[in-house]
Design a binder for this molecule. Structure first.
Ligand SMILES: Nc1ncnc2c1ncn2[C@@H]1O[C@H](COP(=O)(O)OP(=O)(O)OP(=O)(O)O)[C@@H](O)[C@H]1O
Ligand SMILES: [Mg+2]
Length: 305
């Protein structure tokens, strides 16, 4: 759905035309039906990439294709939905009026508008809010009406620039839910963010951009690898003497009411601990492998030069 080859953008800034490389040699591929998270800290070049894809600015070098067509193809633009970073809407309009206005802009047949807008409002969870002025919307609602606007043309591919920024956990969840619904409808979603847990929760694949360069790309499982940091075991009914027996295998012990939370580093040690718990008549409640979070991975990648 999206492909870029050596995509590069150099800005000239200031009086002397000092060069700022916002994006350098980006090679990226986004497949049909996937949710792709474009992750990077402030100033990484995410918005620059998205602006190039949307045809708002031109690359200095390199090429990009959307749905197989080179950038600038007008017929492709119609099949593309876009939510810019910090969207600003006419806030005296009511939600529904705003969408009618856009429907008119994209020349949606009049007879389809009402039903379509009703469907989209319900898809983004704003069913009851169509009659409310946008200035009364919360930030989360504003983001979602922006997403609704991006969906009016029933695009196959949607590109969102920071759809979760500035939202509280509830608002972020609402936007995540919309993104998941879009995937269920078979759409391809490409969105940028610096909020890791959101990416972890919804994305099929992520690309990590740092200082204009793509550091890594892949599915989250692959990126974090099979690396297991530790294994957390919860058990009950463990006597002090049994605990003593396990101590050499265990990294950390936390007592919580009746339960014991044991943190073990190696898989083979975890197996031994489980054996001890069970043969001593204790009860095993859970065994959870702890992976490094995307956050830890990201900090590592962002720190590299
Ligand atoms: N029009 C411009 N002129 C000059 N420099 C620019 C311009 N637009 C962006 N830049 C620079 O390019 C770099 C990348 O900016 P960009 O907005 O793409 O980052 P971003 O990843 O979207 O960051 P954020 O998370 O803050 O939105 C930054 O150093 C920025 O200052
Ligand atoms: Mg940006």
């Amino acid at each position: 759905m999206i492909k870029t080859k050596s995509l590069t953008k150099v800005f000239k800034v200031g009086f002397r035309g000092r060069k700022v490389t916002a994006l350098e040699g980006l090679d990226l591929e986004v497949k049909k039906g996937e949710i792709f998270g474009f992750l990077g800290p402030n100033g990484a070049g995410k918005t620059t990439t998205i602006k190039i894809l949307m045809g708002l600015i031109y690359p200095t070098r390199g090429d990009a294709w959307i749905m197989g067509s080179p950038l600038g193809d007008v017929s492709v633009k119609r099949r593309l939905g876009f939510l810019p970073e910090n969207p600003y809407f006419y806030d005296y309009l009511k939600g529904e009026e705003f969408l009618h206005f856009y429907a008119q802009l994209i020349k949606m047949p009049k007879r389809d508008r009402k039903a379509k807008i009703k469907d989209i409002l319900s898809l983004v969870g704003l069913k009851g809010a169509g009659d409310l002025q946008l200035r009364r919307y919360s930030k989360g609602m504003t983001q979602r009406i922006g997403i609704a606007q991006a969906l009016l043309s029933d695009p196959e591919l949607v590109i969102f620039d920071e759809p979760m920024s500035g939202l509280d956990p509830v608002g972020r969840k609402e936007v995540r839910d919309v993104i998941l619904k879009l995937r269920d409808e078979g759409k391809t979603v490409f969105f940028s963010t610096h909020i890791l847990p959101d990416v972890e929760m919804v994305c099929d694949r992520v690309g990590i951009l740092v200082k204009g360069r793509l550091r890594s790309v892949g599915n989250i499982e692959e990126l974090l690898g099979g690396h297991i940091k530790s294994i957390e075991i919860t058990a009950r009914g463990i006597s002090e003497s049994v605990l003593k027996e396990m101590e050499p295998l265990v990294e950390r012990v936390i007592k919580r009411d009746e339960s014991l939370l044991l943190s073990v580093e190696k898989e083979e040690d975890a197996e031994k601990v489980v054996d001890i718990i069970q043969s001593s008549g204790g009860r095993l409640y859970s065994l959870i492998p702890q992976r490094p979070s995307l956050e830890e991975y990201f900090m590592k990648e962002a720190g590299k030069r």
